[in-house]
Design a protein around this ligand. Structure first.
Ligand code: Z5A
Length: 215
């Protein structure tokens, strides 16, 4: 008998939201619940995708056209879906992904001002209806996030953007969460880490209960 399809969980947030700080915690929660977890990220997750990530984040191509950026992101996504995400889900594994297509709406749509219809067209072409089962949005005021992120190493091509860019990114994320409350759970990431993790634990436990009741 083939295994039941795994679940696809994504984590999103603006600058300094604490994704890295919380992804390992989420992976532990899933593994403790007995799930086999594939942990991956976007842009990236495959050898080709990681090369594209370098083009996107590095400063070699500063000034890249918005459409080029968007197409590179979806090219990396197509590879990621074909090689990692779909095979894992079909094998009954759960996929925990650091960013996915909500980031394209937020950064390319909101931040860069690309027509959302173009992003939707690429989403339907590349994903063929696949969307995350659960998305955690780590939300916090832009200023707080920038302060936190500022304590890190040299900024990449996205991190070098101005505050207004990140305000637009945040607004698109909030709009998505309001439009899709069933899929997207918003976490107040401005709180101290233990409190953020308590909120995340609550969301994950509710999701795991829901899945178990349907299995
Ligand atoms: N991108 C895109 O444009 N379109 C797309 O479709 C996709 C991506 C998929 C790379 O993403 C870039 O790709 C991203 C958007 C673009 N650009 N940006 N910006 P990334 O996810 O790899 O990069 P990132 O956003 O910089 O994420 P990160 O490195 O994981 O950092 P983080 O989420 O900001 O979290 P952190 O490193 O865990 O936390 C930052 C600092 O805050 C750190 O010192 C922590 O110790 C501290 N921290 C964390 N939580 C707390 C709390 N609760 N209190 C106090 N301090 C805290």
């Amino acid at each position: 008998m083939s295994p039941s399809r795994g679940k696809f969980i994504t984590v999103e947030g603006g600058e300094g939201a604490g994704k890295s700080s919380n992804l390992a915690f989420m992976r532990d929660l899933l593994e403790q619940s007995g799930r086999q977890v594939v942990f991956t990220r976007e842009p990236g997750g495959t050898a080709l995708g990681e090369d594209i990530r370098e083009l996107l984040l590095g400063h070699k191509h500063t000034g890249m056209a918005g459409d080029t950026e968007l197409l590179l992101i979806f090219a990396a996504r197509a590879e990621h879906l074909a090689r990692i995400i779909l095979p894992a889900l079909n094998d009954g594994k759960w996929v925990l992904c650091d960013r996915f297509t909500d980031a394209s709406y937020a950064y390319q749509g909101g931040g860069r001002g690309i027509d959302m219809g173009r992003i939707q067209a690429l989403e339907s072409w590349v994903q063929q209806g696949l969307r995350p089962d659960l998305t955690l949005l780590l939300d916090l005021p832009v200023e707080t996030g920038l302060e936190r992120a500022g304590q890190r190493s040299e900024p990449d091509r996205f991190e070098s953007e101005q505050q207004a860019f990140f305000e637009r990114v945040r607004q698109v994320y909030i709009d998505i969460a309001e439009r899709e409350p069933e899929r997207v759970s918003m976490v107040d990431a401005s709180r101290p880490l233990p409190e953020v993790q308590q909120q995340i634990r609550g969301v994950m436990e509710r999701f795991l209960d829901r899945v178990q009741n349907h299995e």
